[in-house]
Design a protein around this ligand. Structure first.
Ligand code: FE2
Length: 231
């Protein structure tokens, strides 16, 4: 069962719509503010009702539509407990399970490193990795309490312990790719495959990436589910 993958060309962010045929309940992961109408249209087109909106972490490069979509649909918002999203209906912890539709469940895995609170979500043979594991790469670790050491542990001990045929659905891709697998990333990931912990930390320390343009605006907004702070 594949999720429906949606894309934001401004921030190269993927949003995922999870559902199973014949069941009305749906879940959105990492929706983007400017696409809230598109996402509602997708739900309508497929005859779905939004049950939960999940965030993999507090994003620094775009604003979420979680609060708006939950307000319109009555869905519950869920965010990692370590991300400071106070208004979320559910604070997610490692090992939590989110039940939806008829017997479907999402397993929550704490995968810190890109941010301290980052979570990955496993659904059937899919894993939604946020910015922890990208296709042939990984998210930056130089702000939002990021840690290259923690990311190395998260990927090598948590994500790489999933079955090799688990499909990897990242939060971003900048080169036109869509999905990968755990098995492929274990062998080929340019930063993490067959790399020692020390080599990986040195590589991440050497990147010196520019700060995201929306960093302060996006983080503050996303800790309020993308809603104005007086809402
Ligand atoms: Fe991020």
């Amino acid at each position: 069962m594949n999720p429906l993958q949606l894309f934001d060309t401004e921030s190269s962010t993927f949003t995922y719509l999870l559902f199973t045929p014949g069941q009305p309940d749906a879940i959105l992961i990492d929706p983007v503010a400017r696409h809230w109408e598109r996402d509602l249209q997708q739900l309508d087109r497929l005859g779905l009702q939004l049950a939960f909106v999940l965030e993999t972490h507090v994003h620094a490069d775009h604003v979420t539509s979680a609060g708006k979509l939950c307000g319109i649909t009555g869905a519950k918002s869920a965010a990692p407990t370590g991300c400071g999203v106070g208004p979320a209906d559910m604070q997610l912890n490692d090992g939590d399970q989110i039940a939806f539709a008829d017997g479907e469940k999402i397993c929550v895995i704490h995968t810190p490193g890109h941010t301290a609170g980052s979570m990955s979500y496993v659904w059937r043979d899919n894993v939604f990795t946020g910015d922890t594991l990208l296709i042939d790469g990984c998210g930056r670790t130089d702000f939002q309490s990021g840690s290259a050491d923690a990311l190395y542990t998260s990927v090598t001990t948590r994500l790489f312990s999933l079955p090799d045929d688990t499909r990897v659905w990242p939060a971003h891709d900048y080169k036109g790719r869509s999905a990968s697998t755990i098995g492929w990333e274990k062998i080929h990931n340019a930063r993490l495959a067959q790399s020692s912990r020390n080599d990986f930390i040195a590589l991440m320390d050497s990147l010196h990436l520019p700060r995201p343009k929306l960093l302060e605006i996006a983080v503050t907004a996303n800790q309020n589910l993308g809603l104005p702070h007086n809402a």
